[in-house]
Design a protein around this ligand. Structure first.
Ligand code: NAP
Ligand code: GDD
Length: 345
């Protein structure tokens, strides 16, 4: 019989790639969808035929119990979150509720539905619902060492990072308190053509496409010196799945181990279309964050050795993939607009 997975955050970047990956592996995949009419649900339903939906919200404990009870999953992937870091200064309490307490609510839903009250003798986790938590390199924040591994201490720099640290530790605590098969993937930044337009790589690729077509001239960015370890989302969802296939639960750092600055990202993206980034990028001090994470770099030796995981797409390929996708889209929109304006009604 095929395994069944429940994904929170299925309408997001990672949720879409994970759903495709699991369906490709023969899973029956359910996505948690929130709101009475979520347009992102309609889009993902079109993109991924075969994906099923169950209603629920990370803010609502009862809805999560009902969803887990209805689906009876073998694996739960908690990817739902308010994931844009700057929003966590503007709506700190909401972000804490969704990204922090929301994790507790999913764990409680699993515990209640499976009647888990204490660790079983010998730590046997067979037959349990397995839980994946989307932890983040943002927890390392003001880094105490480089590169960062599973043993590096956290020093989060945003309410987002603090909430993620809570989610991380409550997952560990349910493992220790109830013997639950719960793991956290500490994932470094990962991007794709499906990345939200608010994140810096996609903001750049979208602007490059517009500038190339003469529809825009300037791109405003904040801190050009910030350094990230950027990978491809399609590679990272494979690691999430692998983490839940191990004999015993453990947490893993996932990243490429390669560092690039925001300046590099802009330069590479503009080069993809034969333009000089310095002629178009302007710095807007208003985009600089109250407390910045200056540099992140993953030591994912454990994921590589124990999970057999390797990233397949490098940073230059990733930026090219994003620029080409946005350029194709922008050309279609432009041509469609030209067709409409030339049409006789
Ligand atoms: P994303 O594209 O922003 O997607 C976020 C998802 O969370 C959306 O499906 C959204 O659903 C859902 N969501 C928001 N509030 C919710 C609520 N109250 N209840 C249920 N669902 C809710 O994020 P992503 O890039 O795919 O990231 C996935 C997860 O990995 C997040 O937890 C993020 O914090 C974490 N992470 C991401 C990265 C990265 O670089 N991408 C790195 C480390 C960790 P709606 O459509 O309903 O809004
Ligand atoms: N978004 C954005 N927009 N970032 C900018 C800009 C800009 O105009 N200019 C410079 N940056 C810098 C930010 O200050 C930050 O240092 C870096 O670019 C990356 O910003 P984002 O792409 O917004 O991602 P993030 O690193 O803050 O957070 C992402 O990665 C985390 C993992 O480390 C998100 O996906 C989080 O959800 C995730 O946990």
């Amino acid at each position: 019989m095929s395994k069944r997975a429940l994904i929170t955050g299925v309408t997001g970047q990672d949720g879409s790639y994970l759903a495709e990956h699991l369906i490709g592996l023969g899973y029956e995949v359910w996505g948690l969808s929130r709101g009475q009419a979520n347009p992102r649900k309609d889009r993902i339903a079109q993109l991924i035929p075969g994906l099923r939906f169950v209603d629920g919200d990370l803010m609502d404990q009862g809805s999560l119990v009902s969803a887990v009870d209805a689906v009876q999953p073998d694996e739960v992937y908690n990817l739902g979150a308010i994931s844009f870091v700057p929003m966590s200064w503007q709506q700190a309490e909401l972000v804490t509720e969704v990204n922090g307490t929301g994790v507790l609510r999913v764990l409680e839903a699993i515990r209640l539905v499976s009647g888990l009250n204490k660790p079983s003798a010998g730590g046997d986790t067979s037959g349990q619902i397995r839980f994946y938590q989307a932890s983040s390199s943002e927890m390392f924040g003001k880094v105490v060492e480089a590169p960062q591994s599973e043993s590096t201490s956290f020093h989060p720099r945003s309410p987002y990072g603090v909430a993620k640290a809570y989610g991380h530790y409550i997952t560990l605590n349910y493992r220790e308190s109830y013997g639950m098969y719960g793991v956290s993937g500490i994932l470094f930044n990962h991007e794709s053509p499906r990345r939200g337009a608010e994140f810096v790589t996609r903001k750049i690729s979208l602007a490059v496409a517009q500038i190339k077509l003469g529809l825009q001239d300037r791109l405003s960015l904040g801190n050009l010196d910030a350094v990230r370890d950027w990978g491809f989302a399609g590679d990272y969802v494979r690691a999430m799945h692998l983490m839940l296939q191990q004999d015993s639960p453990g947490d893993y750092v996932v990243g490429t181990g390669r560092m690039h600055s925001v300046r590099d990202a802009a330069r590479i993206a503009f080069e993809c279309v034969g333009l000089d980034w310095e002629e178009h990028v302007v710095v807007d001090p208003g985009l600089v964050r109250p407390a910045e994470v200056e540099t992140l770099c993953a030591d994912s030796s454990n994921a590589r050795q124990e999970l057999g995981w390797e990233p397949e797409v490098d940073f230059a390929e990733l930026m090219r993939m994003m620029v080409e996708s946005d350029l194709n889209q922008a050309q279609l929109v432009r041509d469609y607009g030209a067709m409409l304006s030339g049409a006789r009604w």
